[in-house]
Design a binder for this molecule. Structure first.
Ligand SMILES: N[C@@H](CCC(=O)N[C@@H](CS)C(=O)NCC(=O)O)C(=O)O
Length: 340
């Protein structure tokens, strides 16, 4: 999958593009696979380190939930805001801080944990990488608790290996109860691969290209591509199919969900993607409510973490509370009839 445009950004002239104000996402360095070499597929052996506001982590937490792996794979959740400039270890580092108060709620966030995966009760995710001589610092991380090593830090590959080895990793679901996210059907895989690339480039990463770039033309191109794809996907669902490729929930649906879940309550404002709400795409809205209603999905992330994470530091520590019309979020995701 390395170099695959559905997984990561083309790195050509990355530093010049960044200098011109384009947000260019880096490439993950740990690309081992469960089921190969030092990493046999075994229940209770692997652990996820995630942030609930991170859409890439959301892929891994969604896969863990819908595949019934909550018992087979343990998980730690960092605080949604990274360290600030006065932190002795430096700024922009993911921190295990379950006692930290979120400005948005005035309380601690119950999902946040200490580091329970390494057995060393570390304060920072960066320290997990430093133990392997790496300068990386991103989440998600799939970690091997048995040999104390990072397996993989690329969400596209993490979700694929959880799907492939769900049984041996300890899934409590079997037969028709366990979705197969990337079915062994060449035509269907080709369709999923094509959707993955379109959705990664214009939606998942496109949202960042729009929201984090400091060049008007780059923003405008990303904005256009984002809403063009939403219209294409809304039309695709207009024949009444429940999911993007038909009757089955697949990897393509799982990878689209984290961005659309964040659109109305976060990205509309934070990423300057204020052309429309998902509510304005009736078939997409109903799809979003349908996926949010699947077993395990609602608990695989949190809008409190998303709001705190995306607005917490860059917006003077004041987190926007809306929207509340037609209903607050995520409650609105239980109402497919709200579609405009
Ligand atoms: N390609 C990676 C991207 C992961 C990623 O960019 N994570 C962000 C959080 S949303 C992060 O930790 N960035 C910090 C950094 O890279 O220093 C994946 O899909 O897993």
């Amino acid at each position: 999958m390395t170099g695959d445009r559905s997984v990561q950004e083309d790195q050509a002239n990355a530093s010049e593009r960044r200098a011109r104000g384009e947000f260019v996402r880096g490439v993950s360095g740990f690309r081992n696979a469960v089921g190969e070499g030092d990493f046999p597929a075994q229940p209770g052996r692997y652990h996820l380190f995630v942030a609930f506001n991170c859409p890439w982590c959301h892929r891994a937490t969604l896969a863990r939930a819908v595949l019934g792996l909550q018992g087979g794979i343990s998980m730690d959740v960092v605080f949604p805001n990274r360290t600030s400039g006065d932190d002795p270890a430096g700024p922009n580092l993911w921190e295990f801080a379950p006692n930290r108060i979120a400005t948005s709620t005035g309380t601690t966030l119950p999902e946040c944990t200490r580091d329970t995966g390494t057995g060393r009760d570390l304060r920072l995710v960066k320290q997990i990488y430093q133990a392997e001589g790496s300068e990386e610092q991103s989440v998600p991380i799939l970690y091997d608790k048995t040999n104390g090593r990072i397996v993989n830090n690329e969400s596209a590959e993490i979700l694929r290996m959880l799907d492939r080895h769900a049984g041996p990793l300890g899934s409590v679901l079997a037969g028709p109860d366990r979705p197969c996210l990337y079915p062994d059907d060449p035509d269907l895989r080709a369709e999923i691969d094509a959707l993955n690339e379109l959705i990664y480039v214009t939606i998942n990463n496109g949202a960042y290209k729009a929201g984090f770039s400091s060049d008007q033309a780059v923003y405008a191109a990303a904005y256009e591509a984002y809403f063009d794809t939403l219209a294409v996907l809304d039309a695709r669902l207009s024949d009444g199919r429940p999911f993007l490729t038909g009757d089955r929930f697949t990897e393509a649906d799982l990878r689209l969900f984290p961005t659309l879940y964040r659109h109305d309550p976060v990205y509309y404002l934070r990423m300057k993607l204020n052309g429309a709400k998902i509510l304005d795409f009736p078939h997409l809205w109903r799809w979003l409510c349908r996926v949010h209603g699947l077993p395990g999905v609602a608990g695989s992330s949190s809008l409190d973490h998303c709001r705190q994470g995306y607005f917490g530091r860059s917006w003077n520590n004041v987190v926007p509370r809306g929207p509340f019309k037609p209903m607050p979020y995520p409650q609105a995701y239980a109402h497919p009839g709200l579609a405009r």
